[in-house]
Structure formats: structure tokens, C-alpha cells
Design a protein around this ligand. Structure first.
Ligand code: ATR
Length: 272
């Protein structure tokens, strides 16, 4: 029998993970089966344990179970701890190990695929929820000149700042961004899911080289539209992040890091 893996979430019908991991397995000549499980709100933990009992070796976790997966684990990586969320689990030696590859996946997409290293750059991230928490450590480790986190709810941003006091990390209100310039701007809010735009003042995107929207498959969101209007040269949605975080999980489970370019190309939906 093939080694077994699965993604669990709710809803799960739109997941691309089985496709992505199937392509990785094919390209790296690995034998594995990767399924999708619709999680239940009252039975998530039991479903994970059951999958492990059935011989499962690892799982990807998607909304709304990332926090519960994190809590279920016996061991947690540092970045999972800061994110307070797990997007991947590994079952080994009778233990459940939690990881979070969302932030590193985003970072790799920006640095490797878009060719925009963060070192010495001014980076702006919008939001202070789970997506930002997951990205903070990898982003700071990449050595930006400054990483500014802007959020409407300042208490949430302050709480983040208190957990991770780093000389390059600054939190800001949206209105305080007026007149500032950034090289890379990432929209890690959930505003695009409801067709909204974070309250960015003036032409704050004007000097950016890259505007990155975390939502995949949402097309030209209000944020990307604004970035285009303000002349940002390159617009990105989350397809590369999706594939890169999957490659990290694959490497963690299988010890082989698959190539990502062909898979990203296959999944890319033109923005317009
Ligand atoms: P996720 O795990 O996807 O990051 P979350 O933890 O619910 O989701 O966080 C959502 C983030 O999107 C928050 O930072 C939220 O801002 P507030 O904390 O100020 O509420 C942000 N957000 C949602 N809708 C927004 C909007 N219309 N404009 C700006 N920020 C928005």
C-alpha cells in the first residue's frame, strides 16, 4: 500500500492540495496516496487520530482547523507557535508534530519566483490575523530594512508586537502610512474575501515593486486593482504561496523537495 497523506478542512471540495501533491509525487517518482477529508466541527480531532490509526503519515490542515490542529499536536515548531496555527502535521514515533509552512511558502514565492529578496527592503503587511502571524518569523529572518504591520484593530497588532519584539518590526495605523513608501506590500487581511479594500491612505503603493494578494483565485481584487492604478509593476495572487507551502510540507514528509515552477504554471489563473 502507498504511503498515505491527506488534507482536511471544511469545506474541502475546492482544495488543490491533492492535485499539487500528486504532481510532486509524479515528478519525484514517489509512491504515495494523497486524499481530501471533509472535517466535521465536532469530530476534527477524532478524524485526525483515525487517519493516523489507518496508517496515515501526515496531513495538511486548512480552514477552520489550523488552531485545533496546533493544539492537538505533541510537538510544535517555533513558527507554528508564533502563528498559533498548524498547516501541516507529521505522525512519527507515536507523536503528532505541528508545522506551519504558510509564511515560508509566501516568502519563497516572493524571493525565488518573483525574484524580489526582502533583504534591506521596506516591506508592508496589511492585517494582524493568522496569515500575518505565520509570516512574521520567516519575513524577519529574511533581513528586511523594516517590516511594518498595519491593522485596523491596534490591540491585535500590539499583541503581536509584544510577542515578537524585533528591531526591524514596527506596527502602524493605516492613517500613519500616509507619505511612506514601501518596496513590497502584502495584503494579508481577509478584506478581499468580501470584496473590500483595506483603508490605505493616499498613494502608499506608488513606489512598490510588487503587490501581493494572499487570496488565490479571486482575480483582480480591490487591493490588486488599486496597486495597478498606482503603477505597481508586478501583481501577485497566492498561487505561488500555495504551491511553495505544499513543497515545504512534501520535503518535510518525504525528504525530497520537488520543483514548483511547472505546478505553479499549471494552477495559475490569469488575473484578468
Ligand atoms: P486570517 O487567519 O485569514 O488572517 P483573521 O485572523 O480572521 O484571518 O484576520 C483577519 C484580518 O483581516 C484581520 O487583521 C482584520 O483586521 P482587524 O483585526 O482590524 O479586524 C483584517 N480585515 C478583515 N477585513 C478587513 C477590511 N475590510 N479592511 C482591513 N482589514 C480587514
Amino acid at each position: 500500500m502507498s504511503d498515505r497523506y491527506a488534507v482536511i478542512g471544511r469545506p474541502i471540495n475546492h482544495t488543490k492540495s491533492p492535485l499539487i501533491h500528486g504532481l510532486f509525487a509524479q515528478a519525484s517518482h514517489q509512491q504515495l496516496a494523497y486524499g481530501a477529508i471533509e472535517g466535521t466541527l465536532d469530530g476534527f480531532e477524532a478524524q485526525v487520530l483515525q487517519f493516523r490509526e489507518g496508517g496515515g503519515l501526515g496531513m495538511n490542515i486548512t480552514a477552520p482547523f489550523k488552531l485545533r490542529a496546533f493544539e492537538l499536536a505533541d510537538r510544535r515548531s517555533e513558527r507554528a507557535q508564533l502563528a498559533r496555527a498548524a498547516n501541516a502535521l507529521k505522525f512519527e514515533d507515536g507523536r503528532i508534530v505541528a508545522e506551519n509552512f504558510d509564511g515560508i511558502g509566501l516568502l519563497r514565492d516572493i524571493e525565488e519566483n518573483f525574484g524580489e529578496p526582502l533583504r534591506n527592503r521596506r516591506v508592508l503587511m496589511l492585517g494582524a490575523g493568522g496569515a500575518v502571524r505565520g509570516a512574521l518569523l520567516p519575513f524577519l529572518q529574511a533581513g528586511p530594512r523594516e517590516l511594518v504591520i498595519a491593522n485596523r484593530d491596534m490591540a491585535k497588532a500590539l499583541a503581536l508586537r509584544n510577542e515578537l519584539d524585533h528591531p526591524r518590526l514596527r506596527i502602524s495605523r493605516y492613517e500613519e502610512l500616509q507619505g511612506q513608501a514601501f518596496d513590497i506590500v502584502v495584503n494579508a487581511t481577509s478584506a478581499s474575501l468580501t470584496g473590500e479594500l483595506p483603508p490605505l491612505p493616499g498613494a502608499v503603493l506608488g513606489e512598490a515593486r510588487l503587490a501581493y494578494e494572499l487570496a488565490y483565485g479571486k482575480g483582480l481584487t480591490p487591493f490588486l486593482d488599486l496597486a495597478r492604478e498606482q503603477g505597481v509593476a508586478r501583481l501577485a495572487d497566492g498561487v505561488g504561496m500555495l504551491v511553495e507551502q505544499a513543497a515545504e510540507a512534501f520535503a518535510w514528509w518525504r525528504g525530497v523537495r520537488p520543483g514548483t515552477r511547472a505546478v505553479i504554471d499549471q494552477l495559475t489563473i490569469p488575473l484578468e
